[in-house]
Design a protein around this ligand. Sequence first.
Ligand code: MN3
Length: 202
Amino acid sequence: MAFTLPALPYAHDALEPYIDSMTMQIHHGKHHQAYVDNLNKAIAGTPNENKTLLELVKSAGSISPAVRNNGGGHWNHSFFWEIMAPKAGGTPSGKLADAINAAFGSFDAFKEKFAAAGLTRFGSGWAWLISKDGKLEISSTPNQDNPLMDVAEIKGSPILGVDVWEHAYYLKYQNRRGDYLTAFWNLVNWPKVAQHFDAATK
Ligand code: MN3
């Protein structure tokens, strides 16, 4: 069954001023759409056609680069749109807040470490907050890899992630990836992140 582009859960301009409308239109409508289209092309007429996206992503080490890159791109962006929201940000609460404090000392220390993971990812990739054996960790992956992949350096369940490809921020922030990462905190949909945490620690 062919994969399809999920609708954005908000309008293109809903994340202004932190992420501009044009960036969202191109990022979702062109980049994400291209991952979906190229994934469908790469699996057409192969046994991978009958696998779920999660199955493909988890077996990244034994599938073709086209399926790994475009399958990862489809999974990562579908996840990314959902962990952001308009009028979001602030701080997490409850079990998730406790787990962040336990793992990193404080919310501020966590934010610093997460931003550093995004800043130091050379070239294109993602920074992640993951749940690993019930504990939170920060990691980053190159290209469209993610922590679910069997090839990931640090494996775990993604709780939060941020796209640090230039296409995610260049129109508004140009070379200032750090400014984009600072603005990102205004968009984090903590209730959604908490859902991911609950699911990963069940
Ligand atoms: Mn992207």
